[in-house]
Design a protein around this ligand. Structure first.
Ligand code: HEM
Length: 227
């Protein structure tokens, strides 16, 4: 056994609510895209409400979830992000420590993606179809023109989301092939290998996620039933 493999440690980095939220989001996003392209608007609305609920959940989980899911843990200022960016151009040493959660650059892209997803779902709630049929559930609260503007912005924002997702996937590929960091398996099973001992993140009990998810589903249902 070499000195480096002897010190390799398997640590849990992502809690299951963060992972379930991520893969549910991926599935619902794909469903939203497919249903819009194929004009299955009933499915589009259902998947869109799902995205709204998951994004609300993820934002709330960023304040009360496990350590690595918290915004306070992974959001960094411009100086730390620039320092991290500079470190990326240097070759990575075999035993160099990698962040236990999101790195500062990943954190930035995640904030942008969450903001775009919130914008996307909110615009969808108010969007009005050309013929007024199949509009968002809150479209009755705005004028026809405002609803049409919301629909246009909904389409434009979707393009931005696609760009961000392409950046997201390219970054994961970059870490895999240029930095030998395997981010994808960790988002599936929750564990990462660490070359040197360090901080061990804390996690919170499962019922906190269950209570939050129930509260959010109720809030979305109430929102959709506003008359
Ligand atoms: C098959 C496609 C995808 C793969 C393989 C993937 C993979 C990953 C991985 C590995 C991470 C963790 C990055 C890290 O360690 O810092 C992550 C995080 C994240 N991804 Fe994806 N992703 C995919 C699609 C998407 C899509 C479509 C969205 C949004 C619409 C998305 C939104 C996010 C968000 C918001 C996070 C942060 C997770 C959190 O902290 O809750 N991903 N993704």
């Amino acid at each position: 056994m070499t000195a480096s493999s002897a010190t390799h440690q398997r640590i849990r980095v992502w809690d299951w609510p963060t992972r379930i939220a991520h893969w549910t989001l991926v599935t619902l996003f794909a469903l939203c895209w497919w249903s819009a392209e194929s004009d299955h608007m009933r499915w589009h609305r259902i998947a869109g409400y799902g995205v709204l609920a998951v994004v609300w959940f993820r934002v709330a989980w960023g304040f009360c979830g496990g350590q690595t899911a918290r915004f306070s843990h992974f959001v960094r200022g411009p100086a730390a992000t620039l320092r991290y960016l500079r470190s990326l151009v240097r070759p990575r040493a075999e035993d160099a420590p990698s962040p236990i959660g999101h790195n500062p650059l990943g954190a930035l892209s995640i904030l942008v993606m969450l903001a775009l997803l919130l914008t996307q779902t909110t615009l969808g709630l108010f969007a009005v179809n050309v013929d007024g049929v199949g509009s968002g559930p809150l479209a009755r609260w705005v004028s026809f023109d405002t609803g049409r503007r919301a629909a246009h912005l909904h389409s434009a924002n979707f393009e931005l989301l696609l760009v961000m997702i392409a950046v997201h996937l390219s970054a994961i590929g970059f870490y895999r092939f240029a930095r030998r960091e395997h981010l994808l398996p960790a988002m599936i099973h929750g564990f990462k290998q660490r070359a040197s001992p360090g901080e061990t993140p804390f996690f919170v009990p499962w019922w906190r996620a269950a209570l939050l998810a129930a509260g959010i589903c109720l809030s979305v249902a109430l929102l959709l039933n506003i008359r």
